[in-house]
Design a protein around this ligand. Structure first.
Ligand code: ADP
Length: 372
């Protein structure tokens, strides 16, 4: 028997609002109910100032709907139509523990995960996801235990880049097992929602979805979790940069001036929320002719290096514009995994070494037992 909106609302009659005692179903706050097989996604409308008070209601709604026969997954977001007083304010309200001495509060860490880094870009299409995926594989070739969280919920790329199509299994309660590819643990909203399913994400829902993917996934023990951020530097990204306990951010830019301007915004965004900038990467930096090996700096390469200097952030390296990078990335076989001896793969490994160094001694490979 397939689920209907009426079934969902019936389950939500049992969830009461703390202030009025009214049922959530009767409150008129439930919106955007989306049913896709056994998956149920909906939003609860709130006033931005109620975020904390309504979190238990969100949880109760998830368990009520999760208990319905036929429901395999539930994702409920709190959504405020009116913007909160400021993204920063909202994040402060939702932060898990205050920082010492009046410093901006830091969100709680994820148990078992030593370091979380963001890969971000000021705009889409600069190769952020390709860089995040290859950087993740490269970090694992350095002996680290690595996970990838695809938080680009508007355009999740990791299922395609890693060539993974499965669905995450529930390991216990609400906790999902990440999928695995090339020795990495990978989680993406793309695994939960079919590509064809139209999704209307609103700011706070984005944060809820990402927080769930971060905290309700059995990541196990990881040295580094690489978060592929949604492109851009809007409020959602800013709030996310605050909600995820980031050890640092890598900013990907192409050499063109316009992209660098966006990269500058990215740097400013992370600075605003006191996340250390691990550095800037120049992607599609130069072109090496596959026929003759001649190198052309088609976009006046080197812009990102100068920009990094100007901004006082480290420059992490250059990745060439190369057909094999595109083909492998679009074909589900990131080049660092599929052709580790290639010069392109080595460029990503060099980048990974820089990132590891920038993170300091915190991420060192644990001794591994290799059985041959
Ligand atoms: P973003 O995440 O910034 O939107 P993607 O990683 O999805 O960007 O990359 C956009 C397109 O560019 C993809 O088709 C990808 O394969 C390609 N691409 C990314 N980096 C490179 C590169 N260094 N050389 C060639 N193609 C690349």
């Amino acid at each position: 028997m397939s689920l209907s909106q009426a079934d969902i609302l019936r389950a939500l009659e049992l969830v009461k609002l703390p202030a009025s005692g009214q049922s959530l179903a009767a409150s008129g706050r439930v919106a955007d109910i989306l049913i896709d097989g056994g998956k149920v996604i909906f939003a609860i409308g709130i006033d931005a100032t109620e975020a904390n008070a309504m979190e238990p209601v969100r949880k109760a709604a998830e368990s009520a709907v999760g208990g319905l026969p036929g429901v395999t997954q539930v994702l409920v977001g709190l959504t405020a139509d009116k913007a909160p007083p400021s993204a920063g304010m909202q994040a402060r309200q939702q932060a898990h523990r205050p920082g010492p001495g009046g410093a901006p509060p830091k969100p709680a860490g994820v148990p078992g995960v030593k370091q979380i880094i963001a890969v971000a870009s000021g705009k889409g299409g600069v190769g952020k996801s390709t860089t995040a995926a290859n950087l993740a594989v490269a970090l694992s070739t350095l002996g680290l235990r690595v996970g990838v969280l695809d938080s680009d919920i508007y355009g999740p790329s990791m299922p395609k880049i890693f060539g993974i199509t499965g669905k995450p299994q529930i390991v216990s309660g609400r906790t999902l097992a990440p999928l695995e590819a090339y020795g990495l643990k990978v989680m993406s909203i793309g695994f939960l929602v079919d590509e064809e399913t139209p999704m209307i994400w609103r700011g706070p829902m984005v944060i809820s979805a990402i927080t769930q993917m971060l905290r309700e996934v059995a990541w196990g023990e990881l040295d580094v979790l690489v978060v592929d951020m949604p492109p851009g530097t809007g409020d959602a990204q800013l709030t996310m940069a605050q909600q995820v306990p980031l050890a640092g951010a890598v900013i990907v830019s192409t050499p063109q001036d316009l992209a660098l301007l966006d990269a500058r915004r990215g740097v400013a965004m992370f600075r605003k929320v006191a996340v250390p900038i691990l550095g800037l990467v120049e992607n599609m930096s130069y072109f090496v002719c596959p026929e003759c090996g001649h190198r052309s700096d088609i976009f006046a390469h080197g812009g990102a290096r100068h920009e990094a200097e100007r901004l006082g952030v480290p420059f992490l390296g250059e990745i060439p514009l190369a057909m094999p990078i595109r083909e492998t990335s679009d074909g589900g076989r990131p080049i660092v995994a599929s052709d580790p001896q290639s010069a392109h793969a080595k460029a990503y490994v060099a980048l990974a070494r820089q990132v590891q160094a920038a993170l300091g001694g915190a991420v060192r490979a644990a001794p591994r037992i290799v059985i041959e």
